[in-house]
Design a protein around this ligand. Structure first.
Ligand code: B12
Ligand code: SF4
Length: 459
């Protein structure tokens, strides 16, 4: 059996940037361990159209094609799948990742070309497709017009030591880290844990990665970093776990101590967000010794009432206290904030922006609230619409667009002004501009910054 795994491009061109598809890398490792042939194509990076992908599938006679599907990409994946099925009707098409996990039925209904949906971890499911799917865990399939959803399991992540980096070729990616700025040019993302036990209403992580923390063996993480440096010349490692700070403390300390001991010639960052309330001076000190230079924290709102409604389980005073401790080190801390949560008034949104300016953070992200599938907020909104309207609603969710399908206390125009004002006040400070302009590493980064500004103005 020959497998092709695809990271699809956003054919509607609303998304910015792309990072190494490491979920697909883990699937490739598993397939190889089971003696299957596998290739990965990053259609986002290569900018490949459905026609070009379908041609490759036909030429190379793949038996199974698998897509990683974020909810906003379901429409693009339908276009790819339809074209593949037209040229290669016998190829099995499987969709996995966030959207099929959260909405397997919607995924299979969105296109008859998609044969199977994978819910959650795909390492075991993907290898069993050829031997019958009836009892395969984590698979949704069709039978006589009905959609059957098999039982769900979570894999032992240590069965799969690391993604098949030799197929992904992490050094072939442009330097577009999360947060746009970075210290070095050659960056690679890795994960060290999966899962998060928190119930935040705007986040789908516990529903895809599970509520229990699964941690990787430290020896695997160290050998992965070694390989990335020696084989691909990687200079900066971004740990993009769901919530590494919720890992058992002993394991986290051992990981940080090992990284410090190994003295890898790389810088580390935690750009996808940690919980600052879960770390203390000891952990910060170890991070500093292990050559971490940046991390992001989800602060979301300055209003305790909103944080409680979001079920964030975070006290705003704790954020302030912990940031004061972190201030002793020179970390580049990015605070992430949510603008336009349904229950927040104009004054509350503005209060969050002013609060962000008062904090000792070096970067800030002001993200418009979007109730993506997988979240409690999506469960509320989806009930108001028919399933065939969902695609239209989901496609209105985008980092810099303000969906008209979300009812909010603050009007869309006021939100747009607040967001632009927030970025303006935070970033258009001469001291900030001069320090950071030097950090731009490529024309690609500059292009992305301009696309974001354009989206904010036109979105
Ligand atoms: C790191 C991260 C990012 C990074 C990088 C993502 C990337 N590589 O492109 C950044 C910060 C850039 C990012 C951005 C966004 N992200 Co994000 N991100 C994550 C995070 C925390 C981890 C992803 C990861 O690498 N997991 C580890 C790997 C091992 O797991 P995996 O990729 O899921 O793969 C496994 C399974 O899903 C499955 N699988 C995956 N693909 C396939 C394919 C087949 C065929 C099969 C069988 C199985 C399968 O098997 C894999 C191995 O077990 C997830 C949370 C999560 N746990 O999914 C959110 C998450 C995926 N992001 C999310 C969102 C919304 C976004 C944004 C759209 C945000 C926005 N408002 O614009 C953007 C868009 C990204 C883009 N491409 O433009 C949502 C998705 C919700 C949804 N319903 O689609 C998530 C779930 C978080 C959340 N808040 O709920 N993200
Ligand atoms: S926002 Fe962070 S803490 Fe909350 S559920 Fe998501 S990953 Fe967990």
């Amino acid at each position: 059996m020959r497998y092709l795994l695809i990271n699809p491009a956003d054919l509607e061109r609303r998304m910015f940037g792309f990072l190494q598809p490491q979920g697909l890398g883990y699937l490739a490792t598993s397939l190889r361990m089971n003696n299957f042939e596998v290739d990965i194509i990053d259609a986002a990076k290569e900018n490949l159209s459905p026609y070009e992908i379908a041609r490759k599938v036909k030429e190379r006679k793949y038996d199974v094609v698998g897509f990683y599907v974020l909810s906003p990409l379901i429409r693009s994946v339908r276009m790819y799948s339809d074209e593949i099925k037209r040229k290669s009707p016998n190829t099995i098409i499987v969709a996995g990742g966030p959207h099929p996990t959260f909405e397997p039925e919607h995924t299979l209904r969105s296109s008859s070309s998609i044969d199977l949906a994978c819910i959650g971890d795909g390492e075991e499911a993907i290898t069993k497709i050829s031997s019958g799917i009836q009892d395969t865990p984590n698979i949704a399939w069709r039978q006589d017009g009905k959609i059957i959803i098999n039982h769900r399991t979570f894999v032992d992540i240590n069965k799969y030591p690391m993604p098949a980096w030799d197929i992904i070729k992490p050094d072939s990616y442009p330097p577009l880290p999360i947060g746009i700025f970075s210290e070095k040019k050659r960056i690679c993302q890795i994960i060290t844990t999966r899962g998060c036990p928190y119930p935040c209403s705007f986040c789908g992580v516990p529903n895809i990665s599970g509520k229990s923390m699964r941690v990787r063996k430290i020896e695997y993480i160290l050998s992965e970093i070694n390989l990335l440096i020696s084989e691909f010349g990687i200079e900066e490692i971004h740990i993009i776990d769901d919530n590494i700070t919720a890992a058992p403390r002993n394991w986290l300390i051992e990981l940080l101590e090992s990284l410090a001991r190994e003295k890898f010639p790389v810088r580390f960052a935690l750009p996808s967000g940690i919980r600052i309330d879960l770390i203390d001076e000891h952990i910060l000190n170890l991070m500093w010794k292990a050559r971490f230079y940046a991390f992001a924290i989800g602060i979301e709102s300055s209003n305790q009432k909103t944080l409680d409604e979001m079920k964030k389980k975070l006290k705003i005073q704790k954020v302030i206290d912990k940031l004061m401790v972190a201030k002793k080190y020179d970390f580049h801390i990015q605070g992430n904030f949510i603008i336009g949560y349904p229950t927040e008034s104009i004054t509350e949104n503005l209060r969050t922006v002013l609060f962000s300016l008062s904090l000792p953070i070096k970067k800030a992200g002001y993200f418009i609230f979007n109730p993506f599938p997988g979240t409690d907020e999506w469960e509320k909104i989806k009930k108001r619409y028919q399933i065939d309207q969902w695609e239209m609603i989901i496609s209105s969710f985008n980092l810099y667009r303000i969906s008209r399908f979300v009812e909010r206390k603050t009007s869309r125009i006021a939100l747009r002004l607040i967001q632009v004002l927030a970025y303006f006040l935070f970033y258009i400070r001469p001291s900030y501009l001069f320090k950071n302009i030097r950090k731009l590493k490529s024309f690609h980064q500059i292009k992305v910054i301009f696309r974001i500004i354009f989206s904010m103005i036109t979105g």
